[in-house]
Write a protein that binds this ligand. Structure first.
Ligand code: C2E
Ligand code: MG
Ligand code: MG
Ligand code: MG
Length: 288
């Protein structure tokens, strides 16, 4: 009996191993296919930046937009959730990120021409971009090349970048700050990190994550957390923006509790640059 149990365990073990290794192989070959396709996409200009409006809740004015990557494949649009992680793992995000920055700056220059109040375009930066190359030099060169003013650009980073208390990151953020660039903490509240980084790093804005905004209206604890985030921002003199605003009810709550800026489907989904431009023109016309 013991022998047979041993035999079964071994057999099972081996089967398990085969099962896992087969699954791993399938997953990594899918990944490799996606990676190869992503490389082709970069070469053939299949990546596109979409822009989602950011609005002042009190006046309805569009004060900026967030640049969000899209990948137009023949099979349809691929959202960033599928390709950004691969781009990050493979390091392709460095090139993609530079491309996104360049395009965002070019758009910002177009849209700010003849405007009274600056319109800020927010660009997402992944942690990998801070490690791999001289990001500060790249940003500086891109601003010069496109003639984009620093006040037309905003850099979005995540809390995870600030986790490891790195001097390197601190120096880079200080340089951005000295250049006049705004720095926003994306997905604020989801990163499990200590709030003390808000003091140590030159941050200008916190962006309340969609997961908190979503349940404002019917979850008391979420609503309280949002209120606490708003207090923190006010106390530290930080700008605030709420992401993922989908209903009037959410917008009213935010405004009533002191969060003035919002981004979400209520005001517009991410859209191609040309469509955003029309949106901008028509909304300016309404305000005048
Ligand atoms: P994120 O930076 O937090 O961007 C906000 C995401 O929330 C976007 O998803 C946006 O479409 C979505 N969103 C905005 N308002 C609403 C709403 O009212 N309801 C709902 N359900 N969703 C809303 P998207 O475009 O799929 O981007 C996903 C993530 O991919 C981004 O999250 C960002 O982390 C990453 N990403 C996008 N573009 C870039 C990029 O150029 N570079 C880097 N490093 N990451 C990027
Ligand atoms: Mg973002
Ligand atoms: Mg976000
Ligand atoms: Mg997010």
């Amino acid at each position: 009996y013991a022998d047979s149990a041993m035999y079964h365990a071994k057999k099972m073990g081996r089967n398990n191993f085969q099962f896992y290794s087969r699954e791993l192989t399938a997953r990594s070959s899918e990944r490799m296919q996606l990676e190869a396709a992503l490389r082709r996409a970069i070469k053939h200009n299949e990546l596109e930046l979409y822009f989602q409006p950011q609005v002042d809740l009190a006046t309805g004015e569009i004060i900026g937009s967030e640049a969000l990557l899209r990948w137009n494949r023949q099979e349809g649009m691929v959202t960033p959730d599928r390709f950004i992680p691969i781009a990050e793992e493979t390091g392709l995000i460095v090139g993609i990120g530079e491309w996104a920055l360049l395009n965002a700056c070019q758009a910002a220059v177009r849209w700010n021409e003849g405007r009274e109040h600056p319109l800020r375009v927010a660009v997402n930066l992944s942690t990998r971009q801070f490690i791999q190359n001289d990001l500060v030099a790249t940003v500086r060169a891109t601003l010069i090349e496109t003639e984009c003013k620093p006040e037309w650009l905003k850099l979005e980073i995540t809390e995870s970048l600030l986790l490891d208390d790195s001097n390197h990151v601190l120096e880079m953020l200080k340089s951005f700050n000295e250049m006049g660039l705004a720095i926003s903490i994306d997905d604020f509240g989801t990163g499990y990190s200590a709030l003390s980084y808000l003091n140590r790093f030159p941050v200008s804005q916190i962006k309340i994550d969609r997961s908190f905004v979503r349940d404002i209206a019917h979850q008391r604890d979420k609503a309280e957390l949002v209120k606490a985030m708003i207090s923190i921002a006010h106390a530290l003199n930080l700008e605030l923006i709420a992401e993922g605003v989908e209903s009037e009810e959410q917008a009213n709550y935010l405004l009533a509790h002191g969060c003035r800026i919002a981004q979400g489907f209520l005001y517009g989904k991410p859209m191609p640059a040309a469509v955003f431009e029309q949106y901008l023109d028509s909304s300016t016309a309404v305000l005048q």
